[in-house]
Design a protein around this ligand. Structure first.
Ligand SMILES: Nc1ncnc2c1ncn2[C@@H]1O[C@H](COP(=O)(O)OP(=O)(O)OP(=O)(O)O)[C@@H](O)[C@H]1O
Ligand SMILES: [Mg+2]
Length: 308
């Protein structure tokens, strides 16, 4: 199947001479939820802005359903809903008026029932006649989402949709993204909350210093890079790891009361059976044991860590 969005050899150097994107290649499939992770200044907003036609690329091309974002700007832009990172709203407009205006901007015929549904889904219906300046920050963000959805886009960009919003709205957002996915909308979001990517993304792209350093199915990513740890709560304190156990790379923690074994869950042999047998031979008894798996957060931190 053809990708919905095709980004090839995309570079951006701002007028200041700063190169924000370096030869980015990425294909986005219809109906997927792609989370872009990366530290501040990595180039996420620049990439989104280029796809949405707000920033001009210095080199490379982007096509959406075969249409070039520059040559066929009107066609591509009308397919996209964008929730920008920065809150920009017209203070004196009402929620209803601004949402209706956004829809008209794309030449869509008026559809009050649809807009009502969008506002209700975002818990904004009882605020529909309120002026934007009277809304809280989180509500303003909901309004931006309503505006982005007002023209029924096939693709939705969410640039840090949950920065500075409360837990409830964050969960609402996740539910909304899920509903959109069910209706076939492709969602690209940036986030600093790795837990968010872990919760809703199908694929994860990591950007650092203007380069995509990794794109992977979320499950595959966690499978590939995920390490698991086995922690044994010991009966008696150990002063050091016995020689017999030296090959396991064990770590002694909790003042000698814990032994930690790190293993690769996908290796042919995890070594656990042998380790437990060797522990018994060494007469090391344990009261309890637990295993923990590294999260996307651990993986991410490892990836963007500067080489030292
Ligand atoms: N208009 C501009 N002129 C010059 N440099 C810019 C401009 N816009 C962005 N940059 C620079 O490009 C780099 C990438 O910025 P961008 O906003 O794309 O990062 P980001 O990944 O979205 O970061 P954040 O997580 O903080 O939102 C930064 O170093 C930024 O200073
Ligand atoms: Mg940004």
């Amino acid at each position: 199947m053809h990708p919905l969005i095709s980004i090839s050899n995309l570079s951006k150097t701002y007028e200041s001479g700063f190169q924000a994107l370096k030869n980015v290649n990425l294909e986005i499939r219809k109906g997927e939820i792609l989370a872009m992770l990366g530290p501040n200044g990595a180039g996420k907003t620049t990439l989104i802005s280029i796809i949405c036609g707000i920033v001009n690329p210095s080199a490379g091309t982007v096509t959406i359903a075969g249409n070039d974002i520059i040559r066929d700007f009107r066609a591509t832009r009308s397919m996209i809903g964008l929730v920008p990172q920065e809150l920009t709203t017209d203070a004196f407009e009402t929620v209803w008026a601004t949402t209706r205006f956004s829809r008209r901007l794309f030449g869509k015929r008026s559809d009050p029932a649809f807009l009502e549904k969008v506002l209700r889904d975002l818990s904004l219906w009882d605020k529909k006649d309120d002026m934007l300046m009277t809304l809280s920050g989180g509500m303003k963000r909901r309004v931006l989402i309503a505006k982005a959805l007002s023209h029924e886009p096939e693709i939705l960009f969410l640039d840090e949709p949950t920065a500075g919003v409360d837990v409830e709205l964050r969960k609402d957002m996740w539910r909304l993204v899920e509903t959109l996915r069910e209706s076939g909308v492709t969602v690209i979001l940036t986030t600093h909350y790795i837990e968010e990517a872990e919760a809703i993304a199908d694929r994860v792209a990591v950007i650092n210093h203007g380069e995509i350093i990794l794109v992977e199915d979320k499950a595959e990513l966690m499978r590939k890079l995920g390490k698991k740890q086995l922690t044994l709560e010991l009966h008696k304190k150990l002063d050091s790891v016995p020689n017999r156990l030296s090959t396991y790379g064990l770590e002694l923690a909790s003042e000698g009361m814990q032994l930690i074994y790190t293993y690769d869950i996908h290796a042919d042999r995890t070594g656990i059976t042998a380790l437990l047998a060797d522990l018994a031979k060494s007469r090391i008894k344990f009261r309890d044991l637990k295993t923990t798996q590294s999260s996307l957060e651990d993986i991410f931190v490892t990836l963007v860590k500067e080489p030292t």
